[in-house]
Design a protein around this ligand. Structure first.
Ligand code: E4P
Length: 215
């Protein structure tokens, strides 16, 4: 499973890039607002830091203005890795179909059901982003997100869709493990969760034992 980082804070991306495990970056308007920077400014810097798909989300709602905004982002980025993140709406899917035919990378976001995933895959989305954490929050459990990814992967396999499935809205290490077990192609993970993935109490104890022995 490929690892993307889910942030618009470039310091986190630099730290993540040093680890040598990052294959891409996803941003959204909330993450951008947290960074306090403009989309153009942040995306230009991220494209210089990571050689992989970088998702930048449109904010317009209707098809024509969304399509124009998508092209403005592509023009600004001047880089094939730029990926246009589109909302899971009728207009978003229409724009996805148009951009896919033009060879522009797309990521359909805010996917919460198999039907929505099916539409996005039919529209030729390069990536689709089912939200694990928000599904679990909504149903007050810890396996709805896992089931969502598992079912979408099954549909993808049944029909041979080429869209890559990004497990998104990851809140903790368990979500990462569930995404991997469900066969997600990619997990987009917040920096603090990536740091947590290194940790295990038995590793800490084992290291101490070996260090003591080495003395
Ligand atoms: C990524 O593409 C999504 O925008 C992101 O993972 C959403 O996460 P959240 O539910 O924590 O806002």
């Amino acid at each position: 499973m490929k690892i993307f980082i889910d942030t618009a804070i470039t310091e986190e991306i630099k730290e993540g890039a040093k680890l040598g495990i990052l294959k891409g970056v996803t941003t959204n308007p909330s993450l951008l607002a947290k960074s306090g920077r403009t989309l153009d400014d942040v995306i230009t810097e991220i494209l210089s830091l990571v050689d992989g798909p970088i998702s930048a989300e449109v904010t317009e709602a209707d098809e024509e203005t969304m399509y124009k905004q998508a092209h403005d982002i592509v023009k600004m980025a001047k880089n094939d890795n730029i990926t246009i993140k589109l909302p899971m709406t009728e207009d978003g899917i229409a724009v996805c179909s148009r951009l896919s035919k033009e060879g522009i990378k797309t990521n359909v976001t805010l996917i919460f059901s198999v039907s929505q995933a099916l539409l996005a895959m039919e529209a030729g989305a390069t990536f689709i982003s089912p939200f694990m954490g928000r599904v679990d929050d909504y149903y007050h459990d810890d396996d709805s997100g896992f089931e969502l990814i598992r079912k979408i992967m099954e549909v993808k396999k049944n029909f041979g869709y080429e869209s890559e499935i990004i497990a998104a809205s990851i809140r903790n290490v368990k979500h990462v493990e569930q995404a991997a077990l469900a066969g997600a192609d990619i997990a987009t993970i917040p920096y603090k969760v990536i740091k947590e993935m290194y940790k295990n109490e038995l590793t800490t104890r084992g290291l101490q034992i070996f260090r003591d022995a080495a003395k």
